[in-house]
Write a protein that binds this ligand. Structure first.
Ligand code: SF4
Length: 547
């Protein structure tokens, strides 16, 4: 057992692996070992969804309740599960075999509905399939089903890069470029962070390079929790080398020696594959001491498992959890590039950004700037799900309209498209000429298509349930306001509120946005505001009281 506080979450997960849950006795023991107050250990353990605080079934079934899953039949799957197991969600069977729970998006939206049975993922579920899976569990037959996404259309060349030019970027950097040249190439390329915030990658790397410190960190944010997003899972499953190469390049560019891949708990099934790729890279001297015989260039990568908290996708919350704390976003500044993990300069980039950085260094900034638009250079991976015939991961140049994307995925005639995940923007059909790019819809990559006939208040309810569940609770507006907004949407669904109440809900939405510290709270009311603006007739179609 370790003695550093940063080992707290790995320890809690290790105890859970051994005993099935983390008892109060175990928390006390860990607190003693780490010389922490037991209340703090309890505070961390209770923050994360996937740390069990009480005994659960031998098989924990977690059914995804993201909107794509609901649209594709998650409710009938849920009914089958309840009938077969004889329990409700949140309960465990009397024989201790099964626990049934809802969970947030597990990154399988285009093969929805999907669920996890312990760490195994089952997708494209139907009620008969679920019945079979339960029977197989009862007989303890373990069947692994395919979970890797098939990659859809590919426009540019990123997805063929890995097989054609393995490690060309790292070789070029180490043999031909000084660290400053690598940063220069990225800066000229105009690459912006692909996680959604769109901060220029070259600027971020330059700030970290200039920060004075004997220790710096490169973190790959693989906590892909935005509902509707699954492209990072596909990259990690098929092109992990590109991601690790990008991390190593970042280490070379800024003078960092340690890299951490922060992998969301829902992607535990990817870990053996990722560990194997890392080991192969060490054997090939692409990681470790004196990489590719470059004297003094040492860098290695370890994997840190998340424990189930959407807000840890925010970089400072992610760092907090790496340090063994509740994943609560920090006040900024200071920014992680100045004072990040353990107070040291830290780069946090997401999976796609790092993979794209490898492409750019291998092929040059000029190649990259030849794709996309004036303000949005290059290409982007989109995770497409919902009401379309060809969902999947699409690699497309920036600058396409929403309509063009719908034509590609066979979703023409949609009622609305959620662009950028639950925290993004709900685009109605009248605005399908809008452009995907930083000049208009600069997004993280999640696209959910809503066909005609979808109930937009049900959409709002689903999103708000998610935000209520995932709020870290620091800000009153986010913690209480989102619950009030959800209550209000449910009243609207029943048709039991007045016009004045509807206006109050709009006012509440704006105060949640303005009083929240991080992107979750700032964006959580967007869906309600958009539905009120674009689909008010659906609200008014329900009985509204006169006052
Ligand atoms: Fe936490 Fe919500 Fe505040 Fe973000 S906005 S820090 S999730 S309470």
């Amino acid at each position: 057992i370790g003695s550093e506080r940063s080992e707290l979450i790995p320890l809690l997960l290790a105890v859970q692996d051994e005993f099935g849950y983390v008892s109060e006795f175990a928390m006390q023991f860990i607190a003693d070992q780490l010389k922490m107050p037991p209340t703090e250990v309890y505070g961390v353990a209770t923050f994360f969804h996937f740390i069990n605080k009480k005994p659960k079934g031998k098989f924990i079934i977690r059914l995804s309740r993201d909107m794509s899953s609901i649209m594709k039949g998650a409710k009938s799957v849920a009914r089958q599960l309840r009938n077969d197991l004889g329990i409700r969600f949140g309960e465990t069977t009397p024989d201790g075999m099964f626990t049934l729970e809802w969970t947030s998006c597990i990154g399988m939206n285009y093969q929805a509905p999907a669920m996890m049975v312990n760490n195994e993922v089952y997708s494209n579920l139907t009620p008969p399939m679920v019945h079979r899976i339960i029977e197989e569990c009862r007989q303890e037959i373990s069947i692994r089903r395919p979970t890797m996404g098939n990659v859809g259309e590919t426009y540019a060349s990123m997805l063929s890069y890995a097989s054609h030019e393995p490690n060309a970027a790292l070789t070029r950097a180490v043999r031909e470029m000084a660290p400053a040249d690598v940063i220069g190439e990225l800066t000229v390329s105009g690459l912006k962070g692909r996680g959604g915030a769109g901060f220029p990658t070259g600027v971020k790397w330059n700030l970290a390079a200039k920060a004075e410190s004997d220790l710096k960190y490169i973190i790959c944010n693989a906590d892909e929790g935005e509902p509707g997003t699954f492209k990072d899972r596909v990259i990690l499953g098929k092109y992990a080398d590109m991601v690790f190469e990008g991390m190593t390049l970042a280490g070379y560019a800024v003078g960092a020696t340690e890299g951490i891949l922060y992998l969301r708990y829902e992607y535990t099934h990817l870990r053996p594959h990722l560990e194997a790729v890392l080991e192969t890279r060490r054997q090939a001297r692409l990681l470790g001491e004196n990489i590719l015989d470059k004297d003094g260039f040492s860098f290695d990568i370890r994997i840190h498992m998340g424990a189930g908290a959407y807000v840890c996708g925010e970089e400072t919350a992610l760092i907090e959890s790496l340090e063994g704390r509740r994943g609560e976003p920090r006040n900024r500044p200071p920014y992680p590039v100045e004072k990040g993990l353990h107070g040291r300069p830290t780069i946090v980039n997401n999976v796609e950004t790092l993979a794209t950085a490898s492409c750019i260094v291998a092929r040059g900034a000029k190649w990259f700037t030849g794709i996309g638009t004036e303000r949005s250079k290059g290409f982007k991976l989109f995770s497409v799900s919902g009401d379309c015939a060809r969902p999947g991961v699409y690699e497309l140049p920036w600058g396409m309209t929403v309509q063009q994307l719908l034509e590609l995925v066979d979703g023409v005639g949609a009622k609305a498209v959620q662009v950028g995940g639950y925290t993004g923007e709900l685009v109605p059909a009248s605005q399908f000429d809008r452009v995907m790019g930083y000049e208009d819809l600069g997004i993280g990559g999640s696209i959910i298509v809503y066909g005609q006939g979808r109930d937009m208040l049900e959409v709002a309810e689903n999103y708000l349930e998610f935000f209520v569940e995932e709020s870290c609770g620091q800000c009153t507006g986010c913690r209480i306001g989102n619950q009030k907004l959800l209550d209000g949407v449910r009243l609207l669904q029943k048709g039991t509120c007045s016009n004045r109440y509807l206006n109050d809900l709009i006012g509440l939405s704006h105060s949640i946005k303005s009083t929240s510290k991080c992107g979750l709270g700032q964006a959580s009311p967007n869906v309600f505001i958009a539905i009120n603006a674009h689909f008010q007739e659906e609200i008014m179609a329900r009985p509204i009281l006169a006052a």
